[in-house]
Unconditional design. Structure first.
Length: 305
């Protein structure tokens, strides 16, 4: 098969296989490709516009394996890809939070919807790592040193947006002033769920003043009155904007739960119950995380409808 990206010279953009046992068919396909080559701009004074926009050479230069094991490259690239997905998901949720603050529900809903596709891709990133045996992981594990996923600043921003706040999680970043400042700002900013509840309150729903005025730097705790609001929403018009918002958030919450579970399973397979890198509790900590639901009242209210 002759492979080409859609839009490449020599590709019709559909990924069709132009190889054929028929010499005439192959000749015709080659003539078509040559014609497209002639039409495409193949001459640039510097780097290509694609390189200028995507910075592919920069991305490809960021992999510096520290062991001789060939499996480390897959681990390193997969982890970097996860970081990029964290980045875009944080962007989507910040967009949604800002839109909710302005009561612009269509923009918020669009950002939440995009984030569900991105979360699915993030979760699929576990696949290259999910089948590592302990021996395969041990072959390059020492290269990680004290590095551990819980040190990821972008993942911490993602968790803060979900309402899982903890000032202690700023401590690992004290040596990086810019990163520390960004995390501190995120810690004291309302979470995505805080903005959802404030939006509902402005629409006349009975969100308690204590919830609306809570210290947003603290981890969100479920409130029975908020559960009652979601119960009324879900028992009412299924096409209402509030119900559709609830379902968009539930989709996000489910995919976050799947991410945590996939992380747990991959870690169990690769290292069992051993202490994690950087001295983290490893599987024990991940098991605890996997039991927590994001946006808790959206789940508990379902038992009351």
């Amino acid at each position: 098969m002759i492979a080409a990206w859609p839009g490449d010279p020599g590709s019709d953009g559909r990924g069709d296989d132009v190889t054929s046992s028929d010499p005439q068919a192959f000749s015709d396909a080659q003539a078509s490709a040559d014609s497209q080559d002639a039409a495409a701009n193949l001459h640039f004074t510097g780097t290509t516009p694609y390189e200028d926009y995507v910075r592919a050479s920069v991305l490809s230069s960021l992999q510096e394996p520290l062991s001789e094991d060939p499996g480390e490259m897959s681990f390193l690239v997969t982890t970097q890809v996860m970081e990029l997905w964290f980045r875009v998901i944080v962007h989507e949720w910040e967009t949604a939070a800002r839109a909710l603050r302005e009561d612009d529900l269509p923009v918020a809903m669009a950002a939440l919807k995009r984030s569900t596709y991105e979360l699915q891709s993030l979760n699929a990133s576990w696949e290259p790592l999910a089948h590592l045996t302990p021996a395969q992981f041990n072959a390059f594990r020492s290269a990680l040193g004290d590095a551990s996923g819980f040190q990821s600043a972008m993942h911490r921003r993602l968790e803060f947006l979900l309402g899982d706040k903890s000032a202690a999680m700023l401590v690992p970043h004290q040596g990086a002033p810019q990163i520390h400042a960004e995390l501190e700002k995120a810690l004291y900013a309302p979470s995505l769920y805080d903005e959802v509840l404030r939006h509902l309150a402005r629409r006349g729903h009975e969100i308690p003043a204590a919830v609306l005025g809570r210290d947003v730097s603290e981890r969100y705790a479920a409130d029975p009155a908020v559960e009652a609001v979601w119960e009324r929403i879900y028992a009412g018009d299924q096409g209402s904007e509030e119900c559709r918002l609830g379902e968009a958030l539930t989709e996000v919450a489910e995919l976050v739960w799947r991410w945590r579970n996939d992380h747990l399973v991959a870690t169990r397979r690769a290292m069992g119950a051993k202490v994690g890198t950087g001295g983290s509790p490893g599987v024990a900590w991940l098991e605890k995380r996997a039991t927590k639901n994001v946006f808790p009242e959206l789940w508990t209210a379902r038992s009351r409808v």
